[in-house]
Design a protein around this ligand. Structure first.
Ligand code: PLP
Length: 448
């Protein structure tokens, strides 16, 4: 088992320490101000006021030190405020903060593009374009695919999550809270079944045949610009498709002149135990989208793919005022170097083994642990009612709430709201991770 890394390593004591109830008085003060100043729709999971974070801990205004098993939704894979990232950002912010890449280009952006072209799957000639958010990357991938193919239909899947802008809301499956009352949505988005073996019992090829039949019958291959899928569905429940599902979809797209887009916004960058989840089954997508783990906490996203497809849009057709901001690019270059130097793919696999072993032990005593799945440091635990496969959403949120009160941040997800998702920073130590898992297990037991 590989040791925790050092380059992106912790700058704060890596301990869970509670000095008040959660939320403590200072956090409560901020939460009251938040209610009075910030729109309700922005939500909020853990009721604390964050003042510092590093490695695998979050520090709140009351001095509590909480174990972070969420990484700000798979963003701080190299650890929060990783020293090398901080240094790169500091250097860049003193040189220049902005020029707008579409007006006056700079090297950091080009270096990120060169790096992405080099490390993504496939030996073919590639090009990249940078943006700020995951949703923006998805929007642009769709623009590019439509422009290149001259077709309009976009195929997405049950349980998909692709963002919160109008187009990506339409591509996202779940109504509440992402879409409810926010329509109308963009046209020419079609949804087909995914592969969810715990609930559908199908093999990968069987599930793919079902999806393909539906899209051929309801849309027609000649109308489809792109098939877009997360290699492991994130928000939808950490659903890893059965083996053979993604390869079968890709084969169909290449036979039908359809662009195959892998949305690796959540799975990308060492998270799943490979640099990209595509590598798991040797998939070489036409286009890929990135965000979250790309820049160590700074807002940066990207589309990378085949040169002929990427170059089909005219100059000025892709971009944005802040797209590929130089500070975010500097952070991304430092971040990617940490993933590589500290061998964080291997570290992600070690973390995944600890989490799955831990829950396998728990599942043997408690049949409410319905399914343990995912890859690397992206593991989901699906909770069900005893003796059934009925989703236990209330239990799942009760566990997350209790764990938070006991000093462990763990996130939930899933179409049915009954999945705990584990996304620890890859810089977390084994001991801290195990302590965090034990707090979650105790929260499960407390909800007997
Ligand atoms: C988070 C996410 C997005 C959207 O990214 P934002 O930066 O929130 O716009 C898109 N796709 C996937 C798979 C995601 O997990």
């Amino acid at each position: 088992m590989s040791a925790p890394p050092t380059t992106g390593g912790p700058t704060l004591p890596q301990v869970r320490k509670l000095v008040s109830t959660i939320p403590g008085p200072k956090s409560q003060e901020l939460l009251a101000r938040k209610d009075a100043a910030v729109a309700t729709g922005t939500g909020g999971v853990l009721p604390i006021s964050v003042v510092a974070a590093g490695g695998g801990v979050l520090i709140d205004a009351d001095g509590n030190s909480l174990i972070d098993l969420g990484s700000g939704i798979a963003v701080t894979g190299v650890g929060n405020s990783a020293p090398a990232v901080v240094q790169a950002v500091r250097r860049q912010v003193e040189q220049f903060t902005h020029s707008c890449f579409t007006i006056a280009p700079y090297e950091g952006y080009v270096k990120v593009a060169e790096k992405l072209n080099a490390i993504t799957p496939g030996e073919h000639e590639k090009r990249s374009a940078l943006f700020s958010t995951g949703a923006e990357a998805l929007e642009n991938a769709v623009k590019i695919a439509r422009h290149y193919t001259g077709r309009q239909a976009v195929v997405v899947f049950d349980h998909a999550f692709h963002g919160r802008t109008n187009l990506t809301m339409g591509m996202t499956a779940k109504n509440m809270p992402y879409k409810n009352g926010f329509g109308p949505f963009a046209p020419e988005i079609y949804r087909v079944p995914a592969s969810y073996s715990y609930r559908d019992g199908l093999t990968g090829p069987e599930a793919a045949a079902r999806s393909i039949l539906q899209l051929e019958k309801q849309i027609g291959a000649e109308n489809v610009a792109a098939v877009i899928i997360e290699p492991i569905q994130g928000e939808g429940g950490f659903i890893a498709p059965a083996n053979g599902f993604l390869p079968a979809l890709q084969e169909w797209t290449s036979q039908n002149g359809v662009i195959f887009i892998l949305d690796e916004v959540q799975t990308g960058f060492a998270r799943t135990g490979d640099m990209f989840a595509a590598n798991h089954e040797g998939i070489v997508p036409d286009l890929m989208t990135f965000g979250k783990g790309l820049a160590g906490g700074l807002p940066l996203s990207a589309v990378t793919g085949r040169m002929d497809i990427m170059n089909s849009a005219v100059g000025g057709g892709l971009g944005g005022t802040y797209a590929g901001n130089p500070i975010a690019c500097a952070a991304a270059l430092a971040t990617i170097e940490i993933y590589e130097k500290d061998n964080l793919t291997e570290r992600a696999r070690a973390i995944g083994a600890i989490i799955t072993d831990f829950f396998a032990g728990l599942a043997a005593e408690d049949d409410r642990v319905g399914d343990i799945r995912g890859r690397g440091a992206m593991i989901g635990i699906e909770f069900v009612e005893t003796g059934t496969q009925r989703p236990a959403a209330a239990l799942t949120s009760a566990i997350a709430r209790k764990a938070g009160q006991d000093g462990v941040l763990v996130l939930t997800c899933g179409t049915y709201g009954n999945v705990l998702r584990f996304l620890p920073p890859l810089s977390i130590s084994n001991d801290l991770l195990r302590e965090g898992l034990q707090v979650v297990a105790d929260a499960l037991k407390a909800n007997a």
